[in-house]
Design a protein around this ligand. Sequence first.
Ligand SMILES: [Zn+2]
Ligand SMILES: [Zn+2]
Length: 820
Amino acid sequence: MTELSSGTDGYRPDVVEAKWQARWAEQHTNEPDLDRAERPFYNLMMFPYPSAEGLHVGNLFAFTGADVYGRFKRLQGYDVFEPIGFDAFGIHSENFAIRMGIHPGELIPRNIVNFRRQLARMGGMFDWRHELSTTDPAYYKWTQWIFLQLLKAGKAYKKKAAVNWCPACKTVLANEQVINGECERHPGVKVEQRFLEQWFFRITEYAERLLENLDDDAKMDWSHSTATAQRNWIGRSEGAELEFAVAGGDPIRVFTTRPDTIFGATFMVLAPEHPLVEPLTSPGQRAEVEAYRKEAAARDIVSRRVGDKDKTGVATGGFATNPATGHKIPVWIADYVLMDYGTGAIMAVPGHDARDFAFATKFGLPIVRVLAGSDEDPAAALTEAVPDTEGMRLVNSGRFDGMPALEGMREITAWLEQLNAGRGVVRFRLHDWCISRQRYWGPPIPVIYCDSCGAVPVPEQDLPVLLPPLEDFRPDDTGVSPLARNTEWYYVPCPACGQRAHRETDVSDTFLDSAWYFLRYPGTEFTDRPFDQDRTARWLPVASYIGGNEHAVLHLLYARFITMVLHDLGHLPFEEPFRKFRAHGMIVKDGAKMSKSRGNVVIPDEYITTWGADTFRMYLMFLGPFQEGGDFRDSGIAGPRRFLDKVWNLVDQSSRATAIGGELHLPVAVKWNQTKKRVTEGLEALSYNTAIAALMELVNTLRETNICERRIVKDLVVMLAPFAPHFAEECWQRFGHKTTVFGAEWPAWDPNMIVEAELEVVIQISGRTRSKVRVPAGSSESVVVAAALRDEAIKRLIGDKEIRKQIYVPDRLLNLVVGP
Ligand SMILES: [Zn+2]
Ligand SMILES: [Zn+2]
């Protein structure tokens, strides 16, 4: 870090920042009246997980960007509610605690104290009265209550499911946490497949609505990239469910998006776990099938889903009937077909599917082509699967020959429906949400198991089910949560019949904690309700939510789902929680991703100590477009600091100068108004870097022209306030104001002073008037020359002649003297 050399006379960030942070707290500056606010604006940012390392610069970048927006809205006259809290349950905290050998119940509160200090220090406009932590029983009581509402409504259920199991984490992993068959937290550790009883939420029932609302601008104004990620994740596809008859048993059901290719289905593949494998297997194939099933069970789901280049599989010896051709086709098993996905069975169309083609080629299965271009020979031998392209027609498809593929899809589905062999259906890629975790650090799922009554919900008046103290909270290999070891907690009387029963030992997914925290913030003081109806009506849905795009599909989808369910159950008056969502960018260090192993992690505390929070905030926001991110370089931070020093001096001069009044020098007046427009628009669009650049230009103009009119410098201070709040407060006070700068009015610009800003400059060539160009008033010579050289007439007249001399009369005339 380079030290400041000069220009620090007067401005002392450490003094200014400490002073204003204390004053904001004393005067409750950041605490809107939640019951009476007339222009409520809920400004939300993604609450952090309180790691032991403290707030990292990525957090600070995101929070600063959200805080700048909240402060801007406040200056526009809104009552801004900007809460913060801690997402403190979950496997991250727990694994860290295990590594350190410290109980999470001890570690997390310590981390929170540190986070709170750091957050206050960055100068966020946080309403600390409404801080929350998901680990607080007063909070998770209501997380459990939400579970019970879903259970009562039939939206929660338990089933045995194939899950990814990390032997090192000793827990279930989501598919996203499995990278190339290994645990994301434990590179080198192979993820296994296990079958466990798990709790699920029926998010798939909401797939269609979750998808539809994404296109409803009145409900959702979201970053395009985030909405697209959700759309892909939900993954709607239209197709058909088809039945392939099997001698003397249940038919094999498959889902296909391409029912038009059914005449090309020459074999079938079942997942090794498919229940029909058993009855279909012929005695001669039994040993081979059994061996293959064992092998497949040891593989994780993700690498099976991705699939190997070299296909493996075993024939069952059984056959099914293709309902279109009437042919008996062989049934195989292969691990690239998954039980959880679709129906656990596929019709293989090797003529038009690369994976099926590879499989058929390897095992010598027939390949039939059923789609061809009009000028192609459909009998030509295939060397690879033919992908479907526009304009293809059906061939080898009986009565449907010659029909365009798209039409064939509809016609063949209708025909199979008549034959009772299928029906058109809509499918989603989205799975139900598995919310149980066989871990310690989470809210216990509020269910009691009784031998007579089965699974009984914990009565609401008995909530919260407290997470019991447990010295040894480490998970073990049994796949049962460590909570089961605390027998005193484990055994309870059944709430229904009073018999000895036992508790559910799984805790809920940390994504359930974060799926509703924004509903809690406005009413944290109420202990008898999860959220207050009046407060909810006043403050929600959230007006602006800013967070990382890495949360596009899990957190943001789950929060929408929980809100939708609570809406349907009559608890909320809206079904979409976040009216506006914007994804922020990422910052890198000197062109490289920040990581501990690279040793290039920016520790915010050090920079804030050296430069002050305001300079650091400005630097972060100046790195690049907020929604794209930027490259953090130590050399860059001196620029914003020099800028603040200049403003400090301008304030000094302007507050001593007597007002000049009257007509302002035109180019300065224009620059002043243009700046107000650019800064306002830049802030609204989260183009913070362009807003800061505009402020810097204005300061340069004021210094160059030596005009430091008080009204202009005052506007400058107000416009700076979202970025450098402490600094702006101090300057505001130096102007003699007794109240916070955030009570000031946002500067309005005069539209006439922007339109007027353009004027016509006459262009001469060697002294003869040839054209005119429109340029901003006060443009420099080079700007006018460039504009002249873009002019068609001038371009033609100059041709390849050399410009020997140029004479410029500002705002009037440019004479280009050209050579022969
Ligand atoms: Zn792991
Ligand atoms: Zn009972």
